[in-house]
Design a protein around this ligand. Structure first.
Ligand code: BJW
Ligand code: ZN
Length: 300
């Protein structure tokens, strides 16, 4: 049975050299973002899981773009919560010294596409730079471009504000913060569309590539697609001696398999979740409760 002994956990944390955090939608719940499988895991009459597929996209690009436009507008005003902030502090050497003095690398692999973990890290780093803590001052967070060990946050399922061209012979990919992303989607986020009545946005009015004019899609990872930087993530998991699994149902591969990989070479697993989730009985530690409060209580 997993332990919930805080002192025992802190001793493991203090001796760990390589630490990995694997987070999911529960981490952003306190920021007002709906989880995938909990209450709010539906949009209009659709299951979010069904819309996060290539076949949903192929069947109805207007609907899938409206879903992602809705989620961009949900996330836009959201702010990182205490859970994001605590994990960001764990990623920064000068701020983790007291609790993880032996850690040389802490990598946060998030399944979330809301960008809030990166925002927390950026904000705390800027505060550090401002107060001239030179040890961390060279740290920058350009999330998806930095190789390990410097890129401490990996958004393995992409980011809501990234777009990619769907043309096979075009490699256009960009950050897009436009509000709305195109005029035709503006306002569709407030339409509930009961029954079969839903707005149809013509293909020509959806976001298009500025380089080749083909359709753009959100640069997120749908079922059946290869997660971002997956080889790098697997290499990290092969080396870490402590893995914190935070706010994820651990139902989606390959994220759900990362703890198993850590355990295979003797690494420890600590789960932080509102309730016992998939695989949590195999963990070394289980801290039940909301992660924004439990992370603070347990990590100190
Ligand atoms: C709190 C809390 C609080 C709440 N505090 N806790 C059979 C057929 C077809 C495919 C497969 C198959 N079997 C396996 C597969 C593979 C498939 C898969 O796993 N499917 C399963 C569902 C069966 N996986 C894939 O296809 C992946 N790709 C892949 O495997 O490629 C092959 C490959 C592997 C390795 C190397 C190379 C190649 C891709 C998966 C992509 C997932 N995409 C989505 C959508 C992203 C875009 C979008 O958001 O729209 O990602 S699906 C969705 O699930 C989203 C999430 O990131 C992901 C995980 O969800 P998460 O974060 O765990 O959220 P919830 O809602 O499930 O859980 C929230 C948890 O928080 C709960 O436990 C709560 O209790 C808790 N909680 N409040 C603490 N305050
Ligand atoms: Zn293009």
């Amino acid at each position: 049975m997993p332990s919930s002994d805080v002192e025992e956990f802190r001793a493991i944390l203090a001796s760990s050299k390589n630490i990995m955090i694997v987070s999911g939608a529960g981490l952003s719940a306190a920021s007002g973002i709906a989880t995938f499988r909990g209450q709010g895991g539906r949009w209009r009459k659709y299951d979010a899981q069904v819309l996060a597929t290539l076949s949903a996209w192929q069947e109805n690009q207007s609907r899938v773009w409206q879903f992602f436009h809705y989620r961009r507008e949900e996330v836009r005003p959201a702010k990182p919560n205490e859970g994001h902030n605590i994990l960001a502090r764990l990623c920064l050497p000068s701020l983790r010294k007291a609790i993880a003095p032996n850690a040389t690398v802490v990598t946060h692999v998030t399944q979330n596409i809301d960008g809030l973990s990166s925002e927390a890290l950026r904000t705390i780093t800027a505060e550090l730079q401002h107060s001239q803590h030179s040890q961390d001052a060279s740290f920058t967070t350009t999330p998806s471009s930095q190789p390990w060990p410097d890129g401490q946050i990996i958004e393995m399922h992409g980011n809501l504000f990234d777009v990619v061209c769907t043309a096979h012979d075009c490699d256009y990919r960009a950050k897009n913060m436009d509000n709305p992303i195109c005029p035709a989607l503006g306002g569709t986020e407030v339409i509930v569309a009961e029954g079969n009545v839903e707005p149809v946005v013509k293909r020509a009015d959806l976001p298009h590539c500025p380089e080749c004019t083909q359709l753009l899609r959100p640069d997120v990872v749908w079922f059946g697609e290869r997660p971002k930087r997956i080889q790098e993530i697997l290499d990290i998991a092969n080396k870490v001696d402590l893995c914190l699994v935070v706010g994820t149902s651990s139902l989606v591969q390959p994220a759900s398999k990362l703890p198993e990989r850590v355990r295979a070479h003797g690494g420890k697993i600590a789960v932080f979740n509102m309730e016992a989730a998939n695989h949590s009985d195999e963990a070394d530690f289980l801290f039940l409760g909301s992660c924004e409060t439990e992370l603070g209580r347990v990590l100190g």
